[in-house]
Design a protein around this ligand. Sequence first.
Ligand SMILES: Cc1ncc(COP(=O)(O)O)c(C=O)c1O
Length: 320
Amino acid sequence: VSRAIGAQLSPGDEIIVTRLDHDANISPWLALQEKGVVVKFADFDVEDCTLDLSHLESLITPKTKLVAVGYASNAVGTINPVKEIAAMAHAVGAKIWVDAVHLAPHAPIDVQAIDCDFLMCSPYKFFGPHSGALWGRYKLLDELPAYKVRPAEDVPPHKFELGTGNFEAMAGISAAVNYLADLGETFGAEFANTYRQAGFSGRRLALKQAMSAIAAYERPLLKQMIDGLQAIPGIRIYGITNEALYDRRTPTVAFTKEGVATPDIAKKLGDAGIFVWDGHYYAIEVVKRLGLYENGGMIRVGIAHYNTAAEVDRFLDEMS
Ligand SMILES: Cc1ncc(COP(=O)(O)O)c(C=O)c1O
């Protein structure tokens, strides 16, 4: 799709990406430099790893055609104010492309409410199989040239769905969505009224309840994780640590420990049956900007709705 968007651009047109993003939302846009598109990087604040919105805004010009931004950072967990960024982009007639891959397992997403133009996601992050999902405004998708075989339909979504459908994955994705809806019906009663009043019903309501229940369940585990890590000498957490701002982050925590190499920490935890990742997890701009690229990056540990307080304790025991 980035190539299709690129086909509509001219030399000198500008795209803004951010240093907080996974490379999946940077490299495809950098590839368009080949045809003279200018790519600019919006910076983030290294203190709390939040996007520098005034820097981003200063990069937007009448030549800006697209702002590509992550909904949440897969490295440090920051949730970006995408609605505000959409307004900045739209003010000059640019479009906003949102990478929601990291936010999807942790919070409800509403493309209408954030007023985005495109939003992409990977169903394996919300407990389904490996596949890709793209939402786009129909008119924009309709106008995009698709790389397709001639007999395939000329209208969205079919013109972007190449070859025979991956029906096994679709069945798996439906099962994951059903699973989430079930979670919503089972654990999300307290959120029902708010969403009903906002016009949601049926399975859409159940999914909103599910994602709100997941966010609420994960919140105390995040606090337990951050408080526990901060009590260990030599640990430095990268990202928001102020509890009052937890709604601006996912429960994905990146950290280093003074004097200990990150691969050694990952190995020790792995030996104990605790799966984390060390390095950059494809968020190379984040790790470079933090000055950690040459030094093994950070350890990243993530909480999901199936984790428990006892597991967080076990992780903290291994770390101390
Ligand atoms: C924020 C973000 N964007 C994009 C991707 C890439 O998705 P995929 O693994 O489906 O290529 C990931 C994967 O971790 C991610 O976390």
